[in-house]
Design a protein around this ligand. Sequence first.
Ligand code: SF4
Length: 493
Amino acid sequence: MSILYHTDVTLRERVAECLKDDFKHNAIKTAQEVFYNKRAALVEEMGEGWEELRLHATEIRNHVTENLDYYVKMFAENAEANGYIMHYAPTDQDALAEVLDIFEKTNSQSTVKSKSMMTEEVGLNEVLEEAGYKVVETDCAECILQKAESKPSHIVVPALHFNRDAIRDIFTEKCGYEGTSVPEELTHFLRRYLRTEFLNADVGIRGCNFAVASTGSPTLITNEGNGRMVDSVPKVQIIFVGIDRIVPDLQSLDTMEALVPRSAVGSKMTAYFSVDSGPRRSDEVDGPVEAHIILMDNGRSRILKTDFEPMFRCMRCGACLNICPVYRHITGHGYGSIYPGPMGVVMTANMVGYDKIDTMTFACTLCGACAEHCPATIPLHDLIRQHRINIVDQGKNHSEEVPVFKLLKKMWSSVGFYKFAMGAGAPVMGLFTNDKGALDAKSTWMPVVKGWTSTRDFDGLSKDRFRTWFKNHKPLAAEAPVQKTEGTEGGGE
Ligand code: SF4
């Protein structure tokens, strides 16, 4: 089973499960509204500057994509000059093998981690624990998920599906917490609890928001101080960098930094913004003695020079999730991937292929709100539609659909068949609706149709064809000619 995508439960089963969870829905609704309003206020404040910023970021990201070899090489060389030890991981298995090797060679037994979707993507925690190493998540939300053995439901706020009472219960059961569910009390406890873990860990593992090629610097954007503790306390540091996270220079980083927090959570900046420059120098007292960068592909480069290349611009800000009506209802877990929402639909299909995913790419209304919100102007709905086209072209859609669409194709290709079908539609439907009303909840025995009628009515078809109706109606102008009165031309009141 892929760690990235869970194929053992169908989309329908996952969605049915998620729809039962009222708390999760309300939490997502509230989060979406808060993020939406805060972002909207900041965008309005910037006026036309916002669109200029989006387009500038798009140009930068496209430029890096078109010259990826050049910038990967530049980043790697400069990072090495900073003292980082570079590891190249074409696949998730390569990345895992590199990490295990580092643990072995440095004689490490434990690690503290800060939030990293890439390590979720490769299932790092599970592999390290299986190998006998201690793994402690130190981001507040990730720590809750680890203790609860749960999966992220959002890429920016991953523990959205737990309320404060549930968190208190998790901490009580798993960490010996004895306090209340007051957030300040919970966070004070967590801070004390994690302090010991930071001080005792051998390795610090984290992700990277952007990697600056000209300076060889991995960066970290976060609202919690744990990122810097992970960076600076353990003797060994491992940073996961995706090959799609490279920006040319610090000026480009500035553009991204202006966009990401605004798009992600509607704030001008995050509490912490770190630009790292290698392990501890001989005259420094803090920082890791040894620092490694795992530069990982894991299917990312597969989309280069394809219809999906725009996805390489993704900054993982989560803005597309915050506006998506489908995400709002089926929640992050409904997608079955650690990357949910519009970006997750595109990315997951790109990374795991059409053979391994079920109907996930069809869980989209194609409303396009995500594309309008995306700071990197990625046409997400077009890419999702392209996935659907590819799935059908490769014959990987549901087999029951094939005869239905073949029949529809025949109908729309023949005038005679079309007229016959239009004429027959109302009487045939009348047989099922008893010649009146609509198909309603009583028709749930009907295959395919029940998906619609179990929750809403399907109105009976009209016996009159529109063309006949149109022919029998005289133009309004002919029935009641408009009187032109002097001085009223232009219609202003
Ligand atoms: S697709 Fe766009 S909006 Fe969605 S996470 Fe990526 S950059 Fe953000």
